[in-house]
Structures are given as structure tokens and as C-alpha cells.
Design a protein around this ligand. Structure first.
Ligand SMILES: C[S@@+](CC[C@H](N)C(=O)[O-])C[C@H]1O[C@@H](n2cnc3c(N)ncnc32)[C@H](O)[C@@H]1O
Length: 255
């Protein structure tokens, strides 16, 4: 992403980190509008790469997921693609939470059978998770963290529910590091993607928001620092497609 002159965000640009309720309402309404086209546009606009990034995220968590009775929680789960990827490696439970019902409805439609429970989807706000302290082994978010009204509050809540030794994984848009590809990608992201997204979804706004929120989102190093400041250790990241997206991993230590 390009760095604009403005400061990196401390929360979704649809509102303010100090106006959590109204920002959350705007974010939820935006995803309600885009839900019917969300999966199709995701895969189209990323040429299917988004699926491989979520698979790689699950793969990076394989060891924790493979523990018997592990509990994984995918926050801001949307239509569930990361939760389903986690399921492939899990020998325990996979929970997935989002505060937008139309996104959750689409996720539930992807369950192999209505009565099967490979993933438990629930309505919940990431800033107020309905889980006990120290109860989850792995907390993940794919392209959801950027939309939180307040990033510090989000990290505080994700850390609260993680067990000591538990792993946090944040997959988000980031800063493209490849010199030639970078400008081309930024042109695509700023001009082509919002146009296609608006044309196909019939909703103006969300795909411009995608560009605006991603281009001002903290880059790899800045996000690493934010996660460290939230009390996590062993913070590291890996880039996908030269930094179009990055996966940050971190651990909650005791205390
Ligand atoms: C871009 S979508 C990502 C969905 C999914 N994780 C994926 O990989 O495609 C962002 C999701 O975050 C959800 N979201 C944003 N803020 C939230 C919050 N505070 N609590 C719960 N869900 C939230 C939205 O409803 C939306 O479904």
C-alpha cells in the first residue's frame, strides 16, 4: 500500500477510536450491504490468492491446532473462510465470531450439513468477546482487525481470552515491498479495485473504504510494534505477494 501523508490509523477510518459504538455501527452496516457479493468479489479481486493466504495462516498455526482439545477462535470471521481453513488442522474446537448477521448467515450456508458442527459460528463483538479469560489457544483474524473501531482495545480483548502461551494471528493488508510490483499494485488497488467492486456489488463505498482503510493501515513494522505494546511477545510476520498482505504471529506470555 502507499503511505498517505496522514497518520497510520488507530482504528477503522469509518469513525474514531474514541467513538466505538458509532464506528462499529457504520462498519456493521457496510458489511451488511456487501455480504451478498463478499466472497465472489474477494476471490475475483485477489485472483483467488486470498484463499491461499488463509490456508497459509492455518498452516502456520498447525502445531497449536493439532493439540487435542485445542480451542481456536476466529474473530471478525465474516463468511468463515479462515475458520474453515483452521478446521482442517484442528483436533479440537473451532469457534468463529462476527457482529454482522448477514456475513454469518453466508458462513453457515457453507457448513457441509446443517446439523454438522465443524465450526461454531456465533454473533459477537471482537471488542467484547463472550469468553472467559485465558480460555482460548489460538485467536485469529483475517482482514478483520483493520475494521475494528479501536486496535488497542481489540488486541487487549484478544489477549484477555488467550491462554498463556496462546497464539495470536493477524492476516491483513500491508505494505508492498517489491519495487516494480508496488506502484502497479497501488494503481490497481486505488483505481481498478474500487471501480470493479462498486460495479459488481452495486454498493458505492465499501470498496473505496477497502482502499482507504488498507492504505492507511499500519505497515508490517508498525503493526509489529503495536502488537508488542499490547503485551505480546515473539512477534514476527511474513509477507504474501511482496506485502500485499502480511501475517503477524505473536504469543501471550503469562502475567
Ligand atoms: C473484511 S471482512 C473479513 C471477513 C473474514 N475474516 C475474511 O477473511 O474474509 C471484516 C469482518 O469483520 C467484521 N467486524 C468488524 N468489526 C467487528 C467487531 N468489532 N466485532 C465483530 N466483527 C467485526 C465485519 O462484520 C466483517 O464481517
Amino acid at each position: 500500500m502507499s503511505r498517505k501523508t496522514s497518520q497510520p490509523l488507530a482504528g477503522s477510518p469509518l469513525g474514531s477510536p474514541t467513538e466505538i459504538a458509532s464506528t462499529a455501527r457504520s462498519v456493521r452496516e457496510m458489511f451488511e450491504a456487501v455480504a451478498p457479493h463478499y466472497d465472489f468479489l474477494n476471490h475475483l479481486l485477489s485472483a483467488g490468492l486470498d484463499l491461499s493466504w488463509r490456508r497459509s495462516t492455518a498452516d502456520a498455526l498447525r502445531e497449536s491446532l493439532a493439540k487435542p482439545r485445542s480451542v481456536a477462535l476466529d474473530v471478525c470471521c465474516g463468511t468463515g473462510d479462515l475458520a474453515f481453513a483452521l478446521r482442517r488442522f484442528s483436533r479440537g474446537r473451532v469457534l468463529a465470531a462476527d457482529f454482522c448477521q448477514p456475513m454469518l448467515q453466508r458462513a453457515r450456508l457453507k457448513l457441509p450439513h446443517p446439523s454438522s458442527h465443524p465450526v461454531s459460528f456465533l454473533g459477537a463483538d471482537t471488542l467484547l468477546l463472550p469468553f472467559a479469560d485465558n480460555s482460548i489457544d489460538v485467536v485469529t483474524s483475517a482482514f478483520g482487525f483493520r475494521n475494528l473501531a479501536n486496535y488497542s482495545e481489540g488486541l487487549r480483548e484478544m489477549r484477555r481470552v488467550l491462554k498463556p502461551g496462546g497464539i495470536l494471528a493477524i492476516l491483513e493488508f500491508s505494505h508492498v515491498r517489491w519495487p516494480l510490483f508496488g506502484p502497479l499494485f497501488r494503481l490497481y488497488f486505488a483505481r481498478v479495485l474500487p471501480w470493479i467492486g462498486t460495479w459488481i456489488s452495486g454498493v458505492s463505498g465499501p470498496y473505496q473504504y477497502l482502499h482507504d482503510s488498507a492504505s492507511r493501515f499500519p505497515d508490517q513494522i508498525a503493526l509489529e510494534k503495536i502488537v508488542q505494546e499490547a503485551g505480546f511477545t515473539k512477534v514476527r510476520y511474513r509477507n504474501f505477494m511482496g506485502g500485499v498482505a502480511a501475517l503477524h504471529l505473536a504469543e501471550k506470555t503469562a502475567g
